[in-house]
Design a protein around this ligand. Structure first.
Ligand code: SF4
Length: 350
């Protein structure tokens, strides 16, 4: 059982973040936000894959105005990502966004930050401060000799100070780096200094394979220490993969116990059936099934039965056949070509 580092709880729309609330998975759209059809369609697909909170870039007035329509047709909280223009932040809040992602230091002046903060207070909308390697001021980089744990943490504290001076505490914070060690160290250091909810992520983590490794190590290490209240896996690719991998990270640590946990062996010379094809087909089918269960598909009668017995449902394969286990007991022996259908039928009965 992982002991969470205690943070305060804030609400992004109706989703709690921090405290004892479940750790949530976020993603970001890559459509033009003002293209309402495309943005809604992508958010709905992300919802179907288990995304809890969505973020979208708001680059102009059209994007900000679109939030109102997007919110009416989607079901998860919407975070508006604002870079420099405080007026867009205000328009996004007025049009129904559930959270703003800004860096107060990028907004330009105290007056502008105050205007955004006043608006967020009025609409009870939280702010996510998003510090990353690319957002540090020249002053801080020079002070600490580059982008490193100290400069990232000081930047995060500076940004928080700007909001706290305006009596704004409805905040969560991320402190991302593309370097996994820096990212982990920075979150650990920050979590000792503040009790705001932490949004975890490795920034600019690269394409699917690289990001999966980096994110699993970076985000996973912190979660294992109890640090982190919400997360985003960043991938150069389809945002659906970000959600799937984010959820798998949580499942691997038994933080999320939803859906099918598929266990399968890597195959070796003892495998006498086309296990890789069977597992690939099973994964595609099982992804569409809304049940919580562990399913093991194992390649041989030597090491297979052990795992197959431990799972809710398991297959241990022989030469051209497989033996199906249910809750530790053998229930049938099935020919290779009938294994997938037989397994799926048993899943339905669970
Ligand atoms: Fe090989 Fe059997 Fe292990 Fe699969 S379970 S990798 S077939 S020894």
């Amino acid at each position: 059982m992982i002991k969470r580092v205690k943070t305060k709880c804030i609400y992004v729309g109706d989703v709690p973040v921090g405290g004892d609330s479940p750790i949530t998975v976020q993603s970001m759209t890559n459509t033009i936000t003002a293209d309402i059809e495309s943005t809604v369609s992508q958010i709905l697909e992300l919802e179907r894959h288990g995304c809890h909170i969505i973020r979208a870039a708001v680059n102009n007035r059209e994007d900000a105005l679109a939030i109102n329509q997007i919110k009416k047709r989607t079901h998860i909280p919407f975070i508006a990502d604002i870079q420099f223009d405080y007026r867009l932040g205000i328009q996004a809040v007025e049009n129904g966004c559930d959270c703003l992602r800004i860096n107060p230091g990028n907004i330009g002046s105290e007056r502008k930050v105050r205007e955004i903060v006043d608006c967020c207070k009025e609409y009870e909308v939280p702010i996510r401060i998003g510090v990353n390697s690319g957002s540090l001021s020249r002053k801080i980089i020079d002070k600490y000799g580059g982008v490193n744990t100290d400069s990232l943490v000081e930047s995060a504290i500076d940004q928080l100070d700007m909001l706290e001076k305006l009596n704004f505490y409805n905040t969560k914070i991320s402190i991302k780096s593309s370097d996994v060690n820096t990212m982990i160290d920075s979150y650990i250091k920050l979590s000792k200094k503040v009790d705001y909810p932490l949004h975890l992520g490795v920034t600019e983590a690269g394409p699917m394979m690289k990001s999966t490794v980096k994110s699993s190590i970076g985000i996973g290490s912190l979660l294992r220490m109890g640090i982190g209240d919400t997360l985003r896996v960043s991938i150069t690719g389809n945002p659906v993969d970000e959600v799937v991998i984010g959820r798998e990270i949580l499942k691997s640590l038994s933080i999320l116990n939803e859906g099918i946990d598929l266990i399968s062996c890597p195959t070796c010379s003892r495998t006498k059936i086309n296990l890789i094809e069977l597992v690939e087909k099973a994964e595609m089918k099982l992804d569409q099934i809304d049940k919580n269960a562990s399913i093991a598909i194992m390649g041989c009668p030597v090491n297979g039965p052990g795992e197959a017995r431990e799972a809710d449902l398991g297959i241990a394969c022989g030469d051209g056949f497989g033996v199906i286990f249910k809750k530790g007991k053998i229930i049938k022996r099935v020919k290779e070509e009938e294994l997938l259908d037989a397994l799926l039928k048993e899943v339905e009965l669970l």
